[in-house]
Design a protein around this ligand. Structure first.
Ligand code: AMP
Ligand code: ZN
Ligand code: FE
Ligand code: FE
Length: 287
């Protein structure tokens, strides 16, 4: 069984459309795939239609979700995967809209800083890198910097200009992780913390914070992810076992935007079953 519970499309900062993602996941013989674009449910309809209309009659199961940008009191950025929630629950959708609006002002401010430093780039050039209503993010700015010849790749853009410690970096409004967990669960879904100890990418959550989120109702921990070292994985696994949390593994696929390949890490079927049973309704999409 191949179960991949974290992927992105052009509805946020991935490079494959939702339709193409479904086609690729079916070709790759994935059994359960979650669509988790940043702060949006924008890709859900297209992905659902692509699965329902797929000519192969595939049995793949589609898990609709979102990767919710959160920020802790100390400013740490935290990503919360919300899966299987009801998209008609407006308090959650309104929170997405608030974050998405602030991402736009924040982008203008980052661009202003780059311009001050003599790097020629405009907001229109950034917008040209994203599809319609996609959640705007630094990867679109990275793509614009590539298109303009300032850097060779998204990765180089992050390493030189866009990483969290950069002098050009500005954050945007995000809910607290506790609020995200609360809203995801009120919407009937399940909350899994994404890549909590990704020290490789400079994102490490303190253990007190993790304990606080477990008390706030966290359902699972993404343990198997390429940004975690072996040691980080065993540490998280121990914590998950101690607190009886679901353990997930996933690719965090972004198309050509990152090296991550579909199903490069996967979730154990028994853990997936446990996670799905925690949602308040059966919302998995099948053909
Ligand atoms: P933002 O949501 O605007 O703060 O941008 C963060 C997103 O950028 C993350 O969710 C990743 O998808 C992406 N990202 C971070 N580092 C890199 C990198 N080195 N190369 C490509 N994408 C990255
Ligand atoms: Zn992303
Ligand atoms: Fe993330
Ligand atoms: Fe992600």
């Amino acid at each position: 069984m191949l179960i991949d519970l974290h992927t992105h499309t052009t509805a946020s900062d991935g490079t494959d459309s939702p339709h193409l993602l479904i086609d690729k996941a079916i070709s790759r013989r994935i059994d359960v795939l979650a669509l988790t674009d940043h702060d949006t449910v924008g890709g859900w309809e297209e992905a659902t239609a692509a699965l329902k209309e797929h000519p192969s009659g595939s049995n793949m199961e589609l898990v609709l979700g979102s990767e919710v940008s959160c920020q802790d009191e100390d400013g740490t950025s935290i990503h919360m995967l919300g899966l299987l929630f009801d998209p008609k629950y407006t308090p959650l959708i309104e929170e997405f809209e608030k974050t998405r609006e602030h991402r736009v002002t924040r982008m203008s401010r980052i661009i202003a800083r780059l311009n001050e430093a003599g790097i020629d780039i405009t907001i229109d050039e950034v917008y040209a890198q994203k599809q319609g209503d996609a959640t705007l993010g630094r990867p679109h700015l990275a793509d614009a910097l590539v298109a303009k010849g300032h850097v060779a790749s998204r990765d180089e853009a992050f390493n030189i200009f866009l990483h969290n410690g950069s002098k050009y970096y500005i954050n945007h409004y995000s809910p607290s992780p506790e609020l995200a967990i609360q809203l995801i669960k009120e919407a009937g879904g399940v909350a899994v913390i994404a890549h909590p100890l990704a020290s490789r990418s400079g994102r490490t959550i303190k253990s007190e914070t993790l304990l606080k989120l477990i008390n706030a109702g966290l359902d699972g921990i993404e343990v198997d992810h390429r940004d975690h070292s072996e040691q980080e994985r065993s540490e998280l696994l121990r914590l998950a076992i101690e607190h009886d949390l679901v353990v997930t593994g996933s690719s965090d696929y972004h198309g050509t935007g990152k090296l991550n390949q579909l199903a490069e890490f996967t979730t154990n079927p028994q853990h997936w079953e446990r996670l799905e049973a925690k949602a308040n309704a059966r919302r998995v999409v099948k053909r």
